[in-house]
Design a protein around this ligand. Sequence first.
Ligand code: PEP
Length: 248
Amino acid sequence: MGPLVVANWKMNGSEQLLQAVVQQVEGLIGPTGIKVVLALPAPYLSLTKGFDDTQIEWAGQNVHWLKSGAYTGEVSASMLLELGAGWSLVGHSERRQYCAETDEMVLEKTKACLALGLRPIVCVGENLQERQAGKALEVVCRQLLGVLKGVPRDLAPLIVVAYEPVWAIGTGEEASPEIAQEVHAALKRAARKEIDTVALRVLYGGSVNADNAAVLMSMPDVDGVLVGGASLDALGFRRLCEQVAGSV
Ligand code: PEP
């Protein structure tokens, strides 16, 4: 599978931006072999049915672990599927930080996705304090194994992991390619040790842009990127996708 570019719009965007991004990016997918997934605010997912023949894929930014119920503001896996999403982010650090999502909740959300065939993009990452204390690998492997140990083994290959160091998200300070490589390799090793048949795909996220995407992608264990701020400018995002495509 070619490299994966996932755009996380967070609570940003508009119908106009959606049209502009689709227009800029869809022509790149077939010729380059990259895969582009847009993680949109849930209301915009309902607009994606208008882009019937595009090869762009769609993702939720969050998903609840229950099928339905009195959980105001939440979205279930079946609702995401109904709107045409094939993916969902799970455990983004902003949800862990602002919505108090725990490793246990991240596992339940991942299981809810897998049960319906929605592919989870599980986000892991250490904060600055943890990195400075030399605990980065321990933290991300704990977050990953918390998920892998709890999901049905045969469904584990559907999981994609995004390594997103919290100190690099939205700060303009991306991890160095060497740091990304070290962490990605450690995550893949930990995954193989837990489930020997799993060939985990690991994306890097945190201040990725059109200028640093290619060098990050040049690392052997970086299988794609998760992009926040730089996905909100249609032309810039196209340039970023071109850099990713050119790196393979
Ligand atoms: C993100 O929030 O997933 C992210 C990677 O953000 P940014 O690219 O803006 O750092």
